[in-house]
Design a binder for this molecule. Structure first.
Ligand SMILES: Cc1cc2nc3c(=O)[nH]c(=O)nc-3n(C[C@H](O)[C@H](O)[C@H](O)COP(=O)(O)OP(=O)(O)OC[C@H]3O[C@@H](n4cnc5c(N)ncnc54)[C@H](O)[C@@H]3O)c2cc1C
Length: 350
């Protein structure tokens, strides 16, 4: 630390002010814990506002609220990304959560003076905490295959995290790589904007009925029950499918196969596997002469800024209901969970 800057200290520091960080903050505030939330974006909710403009959530308002404040509007309405961002911002305001925006945490490490606790570094700021909640989410580090570099420089390439609307695409055909919900949404939108559109990737199933249909409304509570109780890391089946969901995306939700066919999207189960003469090549050997590629190829974890032995071989924190064992088992008070990784609903490890 630079000599001039005083070190701040808290019982708990939460890193990340998305759903998980805010929900954790709500519970800490209720218990009178002294804490702060550090959020990278300049404005709470920008994470959601910066997704593509036509995005509507796949989860209805009934399950989008955080503890203490229901999501406004009809329970079975599907909010936009902007609605979600605004909800998070007003949630932090309503519960007077101490969120400091525009703070990007660069390092998290154990104190080096022999005492318990952690040091958080953000630029030239240094903050100490007895306990840390890492709530930085799973969507920070866009993944694009290496062969993207071999594509002709004249092809416009975008990752889904940078895609906003078809106005970013240049004239001509579009290849969307990755047939999960992002890929389906974006391919559908590109085709509707009169681009010849290919969607390449293995489709991992789809909802059996349209999301917003009457039957979809009946099915939704069943699906959420299964997601909360069966498909968690606490069950064998949940553990089995977790790597597929993390690395390969999920089933089609709002835009299903029949919607893609109707819009004229050319769906190929063959994955994009490489490049030849600057063109993307599919697993069936076809080289596609496209003007645009949108990579809907997901995200990869990056916890390299946490200088503690907390990740497994796949790069995900080793945790049990959110408590990262490796971080506290070396400390004198091993029964006290000090580093916690939480998911969107404030629970650890699902
Ligand atoms: C396209 C898309 C659509 C989705 N649709 C839905 C949906 O319909 N329904 C649903 O339930 N879920 C949906 N999800 C998943 C949902 O976004 C996540 O489950 C949820 O956002 C996770 O919340 P979180 O708080 O864990 O992480 P995030 O919402 O990602 O929040 C993490 C926060 O941490 C901040 N941060 C990251 N690194 C740092 C750092 N080093 N220092 C400081 N701050 C940092 C980020 O700025 C961010 O605000 C969607 C995801 C995507 C990508």
């Amino acid at each position: 630390m630079s000599g001039e800057q005083a070190t701040e200290r808290y019982d708990v520091v939460i890193i990340g002010g998305g759903q998980a960080g805010l929900a954790a903050g709500y519970h800490l505030a209720k218990r009178g814990v002294e804490f702060t939330i550090l959020e990278d974006h300049e404005r709470i909710g920008d994470n959601w506002r910066s997704r593509w403009e036509s995005l509507r959530l796949y989860s209805p308002a009934a399950v989008d609220g955080l503890p203490g404040t229901r999501f406004p509007g009809k329970r079975m309405a599907y909010p936009s990304g902007r609605d979600m961002g605004d909800y998070l911002e007003s949630y932090a305001r309503e519960w007077k959560l101490p969120v400091r925006t525009g703070i990007h945490v660069d390092r998290l490490r154990r104190r080096d003076d022999g005492r318990d606790g952690f040091v958080i570094e953000a630029g030239d700021q240094r903050i100490e905490a007895d306990q840390v909640i890492v709530a930085t989410g799973a969507f920070q580090n866009p993944h694009v295959p290496d062969f993207a570099r071999q594509l002709d420089p004249g092809i416009r390439q975008l990752h889904s995290s940078a895609y906003r609307s078809p106005s970013q695409l240049q004239d001509g055909p579009v290849l969307v790589v990755g047939a999960s919900h992002s890929g389906a949404d974006i391919a559908f939108e590109a085709a509707a904007a009169s681009h010849r559109t290919y969607l390449a990737g293995h489709i991992l199933g789809q909802l059996p009925v349209p999301l917003e249909s009457r039957r979809g409304k009946v099915l939704m509570p069943v699906m959420y029950f299964l997601a909360k109780h069966l498909l968690t890391l606490g069950t064998p089946i949940g553990r089995k499918i977790a790597p597929h969901i993390r690395m390969g995306g999920g089933p089609l939700l709002r835009i299903r196969r029949e919607d893609l066919d109707r819009a004229g999207v050319e769906v190929s189960e063959a994955r994009a596997t490489g490049a030849t003469d600057g063109k993307p090549v599919l697993g069936d050997g076809r080289a596609l002469d496209v003007a645009n590629v949108v990579w809907c190829t997901g995200f990869r974890p990056d916890f390299s800024w946490i200088e503690l032995p907390i990740v497994d071989a796949d790069g995900w924190p080793v945790q049990s209901r959110g408590v990262v064992a490796g971080a506290w088992s070396l400390l004198p008070r091993p029964a006290v969970p000090v580093l916690v990784h939480v998911d969107a609903r404030g629970r650890g490890g699902s």
